[in-house]
Design a protein. Structure first.
Length: 343
């Protein structure tokens, strides 16, 4: 028994991983009795000094629209290159379409050299599926051919006409270019991929647009590690799988699966495909025709003059007395209806 004795106590401070708590060990040397006391610190609230020095982030960062760390590295140019712009291949996806742009930045904002949207693919024979991987490839191809035509490089750099999914690159003058051949007089047009705030997962549609632009003749630095068909564990790349994705093979497989397993869902899900007489077997041929048509004429369609409908006339705004009279008429009608029900 410890009662009736005069006891000595050893107090040892224990190291804690948590900065918010401290533990002490109370030990009685002449016995085997000990216990641990843990003291928890109260969290320090943010003081007035903290808020007086707080600086809000940029508006587009607060809205989650711009990654400024990424943008700075895409836009900042070396001093020894003077004022040559650094071009970006901007790829964005909306709920309905794919947008590809070639842009460069100035102090007062960005400038767009060329732009293409997947809604333009209707001119080339593709009216449905404007947001999948194959449509992203076609849009990237379109913006590349359109830009090279604008700067006069479309005949020198035709790109990869045989789509096989392989990464094309060549060494010239101790530099690596992502084109088949480098002309001695004119170097290829280089643009860096700008994905915005989108996560760059393997097989993402953003890389479909990149592959289309690279096959179109643009010099876009890339590797096969994010393309569909790359196995990270085995470190192997299946170019045939990527080619199948470019020609909509995954869409065709899903169409065949739904048609066999759930015909009703197939009729609803692929209603636009059925309306345009597009079948799973004809997707590859369809995309081949679209690629050929884009290479023949990548120029944008002429703008149509907008003529507003002058016959339309807005209704005149009711005065306060007329609004009150309309409300009173509704009340009277409701009261009369209730009285009729009671009778």
């Amino acid at each position: 028994s410890l009662e009736g004795r005069r006891r000595r106590v050893m107090i040892v401070k224990l190291h804690s991983r948590s900065p918010r708590s401290t533990s002490f060990l109370y030990y009685y040397p002449d016995t085997t009795f000990f216990f641990i006391l843990s003291l928890v610190f109260v969290k320090v609230q943010k003081s007035k000094a903290y808020y007086s020095r707080y600086q809000v982030k940029f508006r587009r960062r607060r809205e989650g629209k711009t990654d400024y760390r990424q943008r700075k590295r895409l836009c900042a140019q070396d001093k020894n290159k003077y004022q040559s712009p650094k071009y970006r291949l901007v790829v964005r996806f909306t709920n309905r379409k794919v947008i590809c742009q070639i842009a460069y930045s100035l102090v007062d904002g960005d400038r767009i050299l060329a732009s293409a949207e997947s809604t333009e693919l209707a001119r080339y024979g593709l009216k449905v599926g404007l947001k999948n991987y194959a449509a992203a490839y076609c849009t990237g191809l379109l913006v590349a051919r359109r830009l090279l035509q604008k700067v006069g490089l479309d005949d020198i750099y035709e790109g990869n006409t045989e789509v096989d999914g392989e990464v094309v690159s060549t060494e010239y003058d101790k530099k690596k270019y992502y084109v088949d051949e480098v002309d001695e007089d004119k170097r290829p047009f280089r643009a860096l991929l700008d994905v915005g705030c989108r996560p760059t997962t393997t097989g993402c549609r953003v890389f479909g647009a990149l592959k289309g632009a690279a096959d179109g003749g643009l010099d876009v630095p890339h590797s096969e590690k994010r393309f569909p068909g790359y196995d990270r564990d085995a470190k192997e790349y299946d170019a045939e799988m990527h080619r199948e994705r470019i020609f909509g093979g995954h869409v065709g497989e899903y169409m065949e699966y739904l048609e066999e397993e759930d015909n009703q869902k197939y009729q609803e899900h692929f209603a636009s495909y059925i309306a345009n007489d597009i079948e799973a077997d004809g997707l590859e041929e369809l995309y081949e025709k679209v690629h050929e048509a884009i290479r023949e004429d990548p120029s944008p369609s002429p703008k149509k003059d907008f003529t507003p409908d002058k016959s339309f006339k807005r209704k005149a705004k009711l005065s306060l007395d007329k609004r009150k009279a309309r409300v009173q008429a509704k009340k009277d009608a409701k009261i009369a209806e209730l009285e009729a029900e009671d009778e």
